[in-house]
Design a protein around this ligand. Structure first.
Ligand SMILES: [Zn+2]
Length: 151
């Protein structure tokens, strides 16, 4: 079955990678809800969280928390983050491979987030964020990542 996230995991499709670990990878969303929006994706293909090996499921949130720390420390605006998993097609999952969204938020930005979500179909039609911008953002986040076992 063709799966764009499996293609990214295996290096057959490009991505601006933030993390590359045994259980998962993380990369910049090409249609970000807010600048700095990262997707954390388990290496194993599964549509829903309950289909993942428990260790792979647990690793998602730990990685997300490290990315959140890097977002807060990095150059893009970020006070806090949303962690979001759309767990199956009836829950608005658009790529049928488990992924954790880590979306930077800034106090008072609700209207910007809402406008961005309403504009998503148009943004998708216009094309992805240029790769060089996503690569720069990923590089900044990698530089700000805490070590895996740091408190
Ligand atoms: Zn997949």
């Amino acid at each position: 079955m063709a799966c764009i996230f499996c293609d990214i995991v295996d290096g057959r499709a490009p991505a601006s990678r933030v993390l590359d670990e045994p259980d998962l990878i993380a990369f910049m969303d090409i249609y970000p809800w807010r600048p700095g929006h990262v997707l954390v994706v388990p290496r194993v293909h599964a549509v829903r969280v309950d289909e993942l090996p428990p260790a792979a499921a647990a690793a998602l949130l730990g990685a997300g928390a490290r990315i959140a720390a890097a977002l807060r420390a990095g150059p893009l605006p970020c006070d806090d983050v949303h962690y979001l998993v759309n767990d199956g097609p009836a829950a608005a999952q658009t790529v049928p491979h488990v992924h954790l969204h880590v979306v930077p938020r800034v106090r008072g930005d609700l209207w910007r987030l809402g406008a961005r979500l309403v504009q998503q179909p148009v943004r998708r039609a216009l094309g992805a964020v240029p790769r060089e911008i996503l690569d720069r953002q990923a590089e900044a986040l990698r530089a700000g990542l805490p070590r895996p076992n740091a408190p």
